[in-house]
Ligand binder design. Sequence first.
Ligand code: BTN
Length: 254
Amino acid sequence: MEIYTAEHLQSVLLPRPVRFVQSIGSTNDLAREWLQQGGANGAVVIADEQVQGRGRMGRSWFTPPGTALILSLLLRPPVTALHQVTMLGAVSIAEMLDQLGAHSVAIKWPNDVLLNGRKVSGILPETTWDGSRLVGVVLGIGVNVRIDFTGTNLAATAISIEPALGRPINRVDLLKMLLDSLDRWSLHLGTEVLFEAWRARLVTLGTAVLIDHLSGQLHGFAESVDPSGVLRVRDASGRLHTVMAGDVSLGEPD
Ligand code: BTN
């Protein structure tokens, strides 16, 4: 039986500082306050339900109670490793899925984790500065464990772990696995080792892509990524574009 309470999570995750809330707007907000009040590197905010969860590019993130892992990890990396924080999240989530025995795990640039070609997890890092001094980063992670997407507009693109693997998953075990993986990969933050692990899992490379970014759309071929995470896309006229952020659709553009 899954026991998802503050007492149980705290005891399982000791000695890590943990804050659990049953329901919250966004775990990233509470984590940011904690970071500003001196919360330690590795401390984590966990919620059962999020009612105003944020996604990338100004979207919302859907999390009904009892159905997902929703967490925000406090990190205090050096400024030079900031660009690798999303890689840290994506690689750690992918490793957790491997450990569960999932076969088809991949990362869609820059940081969507896919299971059987559909999005199972999203990552939202938010950085806090005090003037020019980096206070830290909140690494927000949402993992779909048993969200039923049937009849929603996400039915074709999103997936949950339990129906994909065909067995019940205990969220406490999953959380422990994910945090252990994040701790291990944190040791490689800012290095080639983490970059290579992220790149090796990218399904985006070597494919035709359609990129939605803030200033429009780009059709092309995803040629490479560089260690800062930037994607290089060649369009039909042969011009090479550098893409820092955006949403990628895979496959032949029409
Ligand atoms: C994405 O759009 O892919 C990113 C989704 C990130 C969702 C997580 S859930 C925990 C944390 N709190 C939030 O409000 N968002 C992140």
